[in-house]
Design a protein around this ligand. Structure first.
Ligand SMILES: *Cc1c(COP(=O)(O)O)cnc(C)c1O
Length: 423
């Protein structure tokens, strides 16, 4: 039996209807931007394995750091104990995060980073005896699959089975070009008519919605409106963090800074699951009290796992090398040239680029659903060509590892151009 055949006996995959989907491809090896399956077929990983892997598969420097940590201190509980790797990650993040971020809280994945931020926003006001229980979020947002993260997410089929079981979330439109005023007005109306605790957003790019982009000035205005009304702001940088937008964080483009930031995905270079939520001193102070009940009673068994911390430190070191910064600029310039080449193609609605993120929207006669027929046709076409891309409905995006070579990038572009002709 092949690995693919054995898989279907026991395994349940994410976002998968097992009755209608094909058997998964068994990957046995990865190096740089490439993956190989059990039949030795080669694939270019053009989405950095769900946006986690900026420095390439099986990266030696991160692997060495992990091995060294595993043979020194693999794990210790973080309740009542601390360790150097966690302190070093905190010190490193203080250097690179927006200056108002002062405290960091570890968890395990993007959803838990968001869960922590939303719980903190709600308890912040509870601790101050203020009744504020509504969270504001964007339409078509994606913040993860745990309950509060799902409540904040707006992509309906991810959450439809659970409607009516969520915390209070009110949605506002994304301030895409031409819709800025509509979005500002909606935010003001929501704040006037609800007791709002926090506003959570994916800064500048909504990943799972299909790389929907909006301008930093619009986000600054939304944050200003929140600040005027003492609504806490949460930047979900789980996807955008660590260089994807061309700067270390998407918030580095924005004049106003948030009260909290959620990080995960590329944090450990795609090696060990880990997440961080960061806070201003003001947020932390609302929990700092003689009264034990005002503490944040949230934690995970593997909080601040030292091995994950070692991977994060190595990853941030890699990100800060001139070589990696040049790679990010090289890929951005390459995307912009490709965008110019194809943006007027009669079959395209739009093409857009920010940092290493590139997306095209393909015209279609029918309303294209997220996992609809066009998506399936495109996905299969790319896999056949040996390119890992996961289109969202009629949107095809690239989010390559920063080490992807020009030659590999051009193969990906060529596959996209062919796909546009095919559908
Ligand atoms: C992926 C993602 C999450 C959820 O992260 P998980 O690690 O999958 O739980 C949350 N927010 C954003 C913006 C994401 O892209």
């Amino acid at each position: 039996m092949t690995l693919s055949e054995k898989d279907s006996q026991y395994l349940w995959h994410p976002y998968t209807q097992h009755k209608t989907s094909q058997t998964p491809i068994a990957i046995t090896r990865g190096e740089g931007a490439l993956l190989w399956d059990e039949n030795n077929k080669e694939y270019i990983d053009a989405i950095a394995s769900w946006w986690v892997n900026p420095f390439g598969h099986s990266n030696k420097m991160i692997a060495d750091a992990i091995y060294k940590q595993l043979t020194t201190l693999e794990h210790v509980l973080f309740g009542g104990f601390t360790h150097e790797p966690a302190i070093q990650v905190a010190e490193k993040l203080m250097e690179i995060l927006p200056k108002n971020q002062q405290k960091i809280f570890f968890s395990d994945n993007g959803s838990t980073a968001v869960e922590v931020a939303i719980k903190v926003a709600l308890q912040y006001f509870f601790n101050k005896n203020e009744k504020r229980t509504t969270i504001i979020a964007f339409e078509n947002a994606f913040h993860g699959d745990t309950f509060a993260a799902m409540a904040a997410s707006g992509i309906s089929f991810y959450t439809q089975a659970f409607q009516g079981m969520f915390i209070d979330v009110v949605r506002i439109p994304v301030p895409v070009k031409g819709q800025e005023e509509v979005s500002f007005k909606a935010l003001k109306t929501v704040i006037e008519s609800h007791n709002c605790a926090g506003f959570i957003f994916e800064p500048l790019v909504q990943g799972a919605a299909g790389m929907v982009m909006y301008e930093p000035e619009a986000l600054a205005t939304l944050i200003e409106i929140c600040k005027e009304n003492k609504v806490l702001t949460i930047a979900d940088e789980v996807m955008t963090g660590f260089g994807k937008t061309g700067k270390t964080f998407a918030m580095d483009y924005v004049a106003e800074q948030p009260d909290m930031i959620c990080l995960s995905k590329a944090l450990t270079g795609g090696t060990i699951p880990m997440a961080i939520t960061t806070f201003t001193q003001d947020v932390f102070d609302a929990f700092y009290d003689d009264d034990i009940n005002k503490a944040l009673f949230h934690g995970h068994t593997f909080t601040a796992n030292p091995t994950g911390c070692a991977a994060a430190l190595a990853s941030i070191d890699l990100l800060q090398t001139a070589e990696m910064q040049n790679n990010i600029q090289r890929i951005n310039a390459s995307h912009l040239r490709f965008q110019k080449k194809i943006e007027n193609h009669p079959k395209l609605i739009t093409a857009r680029t920010l940092g290493v993120i590139f997306a095209v929207e393909i015209k279609s006669d029918a309303e294209e659903s997220y996992y609809g027929s066009m998506r399936t046709k495109l996905y299969n076409f790319f896999i056949e060509k040996g390119v890992v891309l996961r289109p969202v409905g009629n949107i095809v995006y690239i989010l390559p590892p920063y080490i992807m070579t020009d030659e590999q990038l051009h193969k990906v572009y060529a596959a996209i151009e062919e796909a546009i002709e095919m559908v």
